[in-house]
Design a protein. Structure first.
Length: 536
């Protein structure tokens, strides 16, 4: 395999790496192999970051101006001073956990135990990583040969390469690799993969519309942390800054996840992207044991489980979060919506994914809750998305945007208004089962919202078939159904200037001619067949 760290091969480099790693898994289940690969990638990343800092520090100490030149013992003590790394936000990596140690022992039959010990020591030295790793590389089902080859594969990559360069497309090798592997494992796991992975294009639309430049960002069902990663990318791409530099200190990240293995993925994913977040885990989940009960966020960005029937609703009938009505026991959709609202501050915005049924359902009081949300003027925008975007389901979904206050600094007052965007016909098939949106389509959706809100220059205009700004009165006339297609209508048909009566007559005559020609051809075919039969 070509050396993956060659940047000239950046296009497809992740796919090349994934293909090589995939060949090594043998008969292992994708869900099990996921933790093997991603754990080793993380270990290589923290080791590379540590080694880069160590090399730079050593060069500084050996310079004539350092005061330590010619004193190797003092230099070595400084190189092993953890404060020199903590100041640069770099994990302290003990000798047992350094990649050089694994590489030197890669061919040992006990390499699984050596990796487990490396992860254990890394956790011991870094409390924020406590419990993050699945330390069972020594299990009999995982062949030492597979681990040896994975170590050799990842040894060819410098995961710190390009992290301080100015060209965004060339930055963050480990982030690109990690995201590609998460996506690939989600594809391999199918429906189960959807529990930890939201397609980046969906996250991107949410983030581009919410624009979380600063403040508290909360995801109470955070999966592997894709919402936070995309928020960081948004800031990096849109914030005017010096080349190669970006600042995410303006945002604080809070999350919760009920699946422990997915929580581990989230912690690693945030770490490789340089994000420090307060991510809670407990098996009870956000409804029964809220990890951030007092948090009032500026932004909630989430993709909750669709139509979850096992959420503990029977235990929470009088919960103070249900300000707009008790959600049905058999479906958590409107419990999630109210949970999001509960955690917003007085000027907060929420953007989240919902199954399309939530737009129109009337069962078990859902219609009454939706009516209250509209009447309280909380629904800012609804976007219907195309189908086949998700790895866990092919059904189309909608994106909801709720605003605690529809006015404020930099926005126009839009009291009693809701924007509907019908994006269900956008996108293209990336492969046989998954659809994607182009950059232009993402921009069209987001720009439409921002022009309507008044945060982007321009005059908003309804576009038949795509977008419509509707009043609360109009929504009430539609029985508070929020399906965008009901309001956006059909695309306008271009008028060719030909009167309808003339066009109808012309087309009718053309159809008659085509019928006549069809009959003539059929008679000629029958004559030819008869002639062939007679010749026999």
């Amino acid at each position: 395999m070509a050396n993956p760290n060659k940047k000239s091969g950046a296009l497809g480099f992740e796919a090349t790496l994934w293909s090589a790693a995939e060949k090594l898994k043998g008969n292992m289940d994708a869900g099990e192999y996921k933790h093997v690969v991603l754990g080793l990638i993380f270990l290589k990343f923290v080791s590379d970051a540590f080694q880069h800092r160590r090399d730079a520090l050593q060069a500084e100490l050996q310079s004539p101006d350092s005061g330590l030149a010619g004193n190797p013992d003092a230099i070595e003590r400084t190189l092993e001073d953890r404060d020199e790394y903590a100041g640069e936000n770099i994990f302290w990596v003990p000798v047992e956990s350094r990649w050089s140690t694994l590489q030197a022992n890669a061919t040992q039959p006990t390499i699984g135990k050596i990796i487990d010990e490396a992860l254990y020591q890394l956790e011991q030295e870094n409390p924020s990583l406590k419990g993050v790793f699945t330390k069972n590389y020594a299990r009999p089902a995982l062949e030492a040969r597979t681990l040896t080859e994975l170590i050799n594969l990842f040894s060819d990559i410098d995961f710190m390469e390009g992290r301080h360069e100015s060209n965004e497309s060339e930055q963050d090798v480990v982030g690109r690799v990690y995201e590609y592997c998460l996506k690939s494992f989600a594809t391999a796991e199918g429906k189960r993969g959807g529990q930890f992975y939201t397609p980046p294009v969906v996250v991107r639309v949410l983030v581009e519309m919410l624009e979380p430049y600063e403040g508290r960002v909360f995801d109470p069902c955070c999966g592997s942390g894709g919402m936070f990663v995309q928020s960081r990318k948004f800031i990096r791409e849109h914030q005017p800054a010096q080349p190669g530099l970006f600042n995410t200190k303006g945002i604080s990240v809070y999350g919760q996840e009920s699946n422990e293995t997915t929580w581990r993925l989230c912690k690693m994913n945030l770490a490789v992207h340089g994000i420090d977040g307060d991510i809670g885990w407990n098996p009870e989940g956000s409804f029964l044991r809220d990890a951030h009960p007092d948090l009032r966020a500026d932004f909630v960005i989430a993709n909750p489980p669709f139509n979850d029937s096992d959420w503990g609703g029977q235990l929470l009938r009088d919960d103070p979060r249900w300000k707009y009505g008790a959600p049905p026991i058999g479906n958590a959709n409107y419990a999630w919506i109210q949970h999001f609202l509960y955690h917003l501050n007085d000027h907060g915005f929420a953007g989240f994914v919902m199954a399309n049924g939530s737009l129109s359902s009337q069962q078990s009081g859902e219609g009454d809750i939706r009516r209250r949300l509209v009447e309280e003027d909380l629904v800012d925008c609804i976007v219907s998305m195309p189908g086949q975007l998700f790895y866990s389901t092919g059904i189309p979904v909608s994106l909801w945007f709720l605003a605690k206050k529809k006015s404020g600094k930099g926005t126009r007052a839009r009291k009693g208004e809701t924007l509907f965007i019908n994006a269900s016909k956008l996108g293209f098939l990336e492969d046989r089962t998954h659809r994607m949106l182009t950059d232009e389509e993402v921009a069209r959706i987001a720009d439409t919202y921002h022009v309507w809100r008044g945060t982007k220059a321009g005059d908003y205009v309804d576009v038949p078939g795509f977008c419509k700004s509707s009043t609360t009165e109009e929504i009430a006339k539609s029985d508070f159904v929020l399906t965008p297609g009901r309001y956006c209508g059909s695309e306008a048909v271009e008028d060719d200037g030909e009167p309808f009566a003339e066009k109808f007559g012309r087309l009718r005559a053309q159809l008659a001619e085509q019928f006549e020609e069809s009959a003539r051809l059929q008679a000629e075919i029958e004559r030819n067949l008869a002639a062939l039969g007679g010749s026999n």
